[in-house]
Design a protein around this ligand. Structure first.
Ligand SMILES: Nc1ncnc2c1ncn2[C@@H]1O[C@H](COP(=O)(O)OP(=O)(O)OP(=O)(O)O)[C@@H](O)[C@H]1O
Ligand SMILES: [Mg+2]
Length: 205
């Protein structure tokens, strides 16, 4: 969908950081945009998310979790995203359907086919026009944040996050027109410039 842009990538690569920078950029340049993330201030979506995140819900199955994410997504989409697009705003969303492809579809092992089918129903024609993929592995993002200085690295399930990263790379290769691959290994300002330039090149700004 035109003017719907999502920001994706592994944990800690700077999605939230760069979404904030984009918000500042839009404010400074008087660009009419909405910035959101799931559950995005939707009361019902928030309630659904609380079920997913409730640490006592250890018996939740992978498939049930996938359906709940899709439910949360559709509520946020219909209540927040679609109305903003309809009044001509550019909508930036920090994580969206590709997170389900990478996490539920691949890393949790449900399979891309099922996750695609489920999310096709939830998202319909509202697939993002562009997806900014901040290309950096979770491990490298963790090291950058100073993770190497403590031993929390052991707590990070590297193989799980490697699967997520590999899944994103495959998605990007399969959809080169939608995916904008941004080298996120550089300094913050360098990465942000790559993002702005790529959006200008594609006529978003
Ligand atoms: N070059 C860089 N680009 C982006 N962030 C950087 C960079 N170098 C260091 N950082 C720091 O890394 C952190 C990135 O965290 P951020 O919360 O934006 O990641 P995220 O991708 O949203 O993670 P999560 O998946 O957990 O939501 C920030 O604290 C930021 O200041
Ligand atoms: Mg974040």
């Amino acid at each position: 969908m035109k003017n719907f842009i999502t920001i994706e990538g592994c944990e800690g690569v700077g999605k939230t950081y760069h979404t904030k920078r984009l918000k500042e950029f839009c404010e400074q340049n008087k660009i009419n945009a909405l910035f959101t993330r799931e559950p995005g201030g939707s009361r019902i979506a928030e309630k659904i998310r609380n079920i997913i995140l409730d640490p006592t819900n250890t018996d939740i199955t992978n498939m049930c979790e996938a359906f709940l994410y899709a439910s949360c997504r559709v509520q946020h989409l219909e209540e927040i995203i679609i109305p903003a697009l309809k009044i001509g705003k550019i909508v930036f969303c920090d994580r969206f359907v590709d997170s389900s492809f990478a996490y539920q579809g691949v890393a949790r092992g449900i399979g891309m086919q099922k996750i695609r089918a489920l999310n096709d129903i939830a998202v319909g024609e509202y697939m993002p026009q562009f997806t900014l993929f901040l290309d950096l592995s979770a491990k490298n993002a963790f090291m950058r944040k100073g993770g190497a200085q403590n031993d929390r690295l052991e707590n990070l399930d590297i193989s799980f996050h490697d699967k997520v990263y590999a899944a994103y790379k495959e998605l990007a290769a399969a959809e080169p027109n939608r995916y904008i691959v941004i080298d996120a290994s550089g300094k913050k300002d360098e990465t942000f410039k790559l993002i702005i330039d790529s959006l200008k090149e594609r006529g978003v700004f």
